[in-house]
Design a protein around this ligand. Structure first.
Ligand code: BG6
Length: 479
């Protein structure tokens, strides 16, 4: 295979992402300041890989200065993390801010800026306060939407003069899908209507946060607000009508459900129809739909890891099964696909290009960026060289292959402005904890969580400075 040099587009940034709960640890939190993730871990620690969880995480709360220096060393232009709502607010009803937490976030933001790294802040990366989960049922409650709106305003007041990119949620579809639709996570309750209510309330919460941000004038000096979604780029098994329809239904339930209201201000009519038909529609008012219509996002963050492939359903639906979008499709495994065996995800870099074209053609070519993409690998210590540096060539290949497809999309007019790797350092995954490592920087759990840059960290730095990278030539029959 001949090699070719690829160039990052002008003004295109590269960065890395993480979240508060996956890095900070619990230091500095007071009694009662647990998040939903903390509650999940405390309720079923035995299900978390080797018992690790958010307790210490990477100890970022105490070691962020050291990490910011490593960010500089790995050439990050920007760093995305979240504010942990459960830490930042001390009284969730009144939105009284914890001054200890506020000072920590303030210092972190300053440290990033002083080192030439743009901070990008997400306002909820599953860090719903546990108290609001147990007391009100979490995002199923409209009261919680209002409490969130108060909380985000406090964050804007404190930091919007320094932080110019805000994101209302990271992957707002995930928790309720895993918890109430698929019932594979704590508290293992199945309730499709509740899952749909959480979806809707988060759509509403995004619109309300956008409204507060704009009406409060927090966007002056170029501030932007958006949401970070995880569209499942979905491919039908075949061009046959029943397979294509299966993919369309999947797309409706897992992609358009957030993409359409966030960007176009409208929840698809077909979604209302199906949910009503199956008696699991969310509660909404016309006034709320107006708020959603009038307060769309400025910018879209996109987490893209793996494709989803579906086919028409083979088996009859059990009439006693609560409604689930799988009523319409079965998952399909492409024979011969390339896999990341550790995470169980297919590797299909062309999804970058396909999604780029979709934003361009179906979503008004809104400004967007890759908010996460990356490769989690188990037992990476096996790849250490004599100096103890992990030789993660597979990660460099993964990033290069995805980046070049993204660049092709940009060259064809898609308005994508950046790429952020998941993750900066290894960190805690939901339930998988430190099993699969994603970082440019290793966290050594056996040695006091000490940090060491991997080969990919040095490569990223070079990419950031030279703005070029070498990889297989594009003009090949796709492998
Ligand atoms: C994204 C999430 O879905 O994927 C992150 O925003 C998560 O929080 C990442 O860690 C990688 O997935 P996982 O399950 O391997 O941690």
């Amino acid at each position: 295979m001949s090699k070719r040099q690829y160039k990052l587009p002008d003004n295109f940034y590269i960065g890395a992402a993480a979240s508060a709960w996956q890095t900070e640890g619990w230091d500095g939190k007071e009694e009662g300041q647990d998040s939903y993730m903390d509650l999940w871990y405390k309720s079923t620690p035995e299900l978390w890989h080797n018992g690790y969880g958010p307790t210490v995480a990477t100890d970022f709360y105490n070691r962020y200065k050291e990490d910011v220096q490593l960010m500089k060393k790995s050439g990050l232009h920007s760093y995305r993390t979240s504010i942990d709502w459960s830490r930042f607010i001390i009284n969730y009803e009144t939105a009284e801010v914890s001054e200890v937490a506020a000072e920590y976030y303030d210092n972190l933001i300053d440290e990033l800026i002083a080192n030439g790294i743009e901070p990008m802040l997400c306002l909820e990366h599953y860090e719903l306060p546990a108290e609001l989960f147990t007391k009100y049922g979490g995002w199923g409650s409209k009261h919680v939407v209002d409490l969130y709106t108060k909380y985000v305003e406090e964050a804007f007041k404190r930091y919007s003069h320094k932080v110019k990119q805000w994101y209302t949620f990271n992957e707002p579809i995930v928790v309720q899908t895993r918890v109430f639709l698929d019932s594979i996570r704590y508290p293992f309750k199945q309730d499709t209507q509740t899952a749909m209510q959480w979806n809707y309330n988060k759509i509403l919460a995004t619109a309300k946060a956008v409204k507060v941000y704009k009406e409060g004038g927090y966007n002056k000096d170029g501030g932007k607000i958006g949401v970070i979604l995880n569209p499942d780029v979905c491919y039908p098994r075949s061009t046959a009508k029943h397979d294509v329809e299966a993919a369309e239904k999947f797309d409706l339930f897992f992609n358009r459900i957030f993409l359409d209201p966030s960007i176009k201000g409208e929840i698809p009519a077909e979604l209302f129809e199906i949910l009503k038909e199956h008696n699991c529609c969310f509660e909404y008012t016309e006034e709320e739909l107006e708020i959603i219509k009038d307060n769309t996002i400025d910018i879209l963050g996109v987490n893209l890891y793996a494709p989803t492939r579906v086919k028409a359903k083979n088996l009859a639906w059990n009439p006693n099964t609560p409604f689930h979008p799988e009523y319409f499709y079965d998952k399909h495994e492409l024979q011969g696909r390339k896999m990341n065996p550790f995470r169980g995800w297919e590797i299909y870099p062309k999804l970058m290009y396909d999604f780029a074209m979709r934003v361009k053609n179906e979503y008004g070519n809104i400004e967007w960026f890759i908010a996460e993409n990356g490769m989690g690998v188990e037992n990476e210590h096996k790849y250490k060289n004599e100096e103890g540096i992990i030789q993660d060539d597979y990660r460099i290949e993964f990033i290069s292959d995805h980046l070049r497809w993204l660049i092709k999309g940009i060259e064809e007019g898609s308005n994508c402005t950046g790429y952020m790797l998941w993750a900066f350092t290894d960190n805690v995954s939901p339930q998988n904890a430190f099993k699969n490592r994603y970082g440019l920087v290793e966290i050594n759990l056996e040695d006091n969580r000490n940090r060491k840059m991997k080969k990919s960290g040095y490569w990223y730095k070079e990419l950031s400075e030279k703005r070029t990278f070498e990889f297989d030539d594009f003009n090949f029959e796709y492998k």
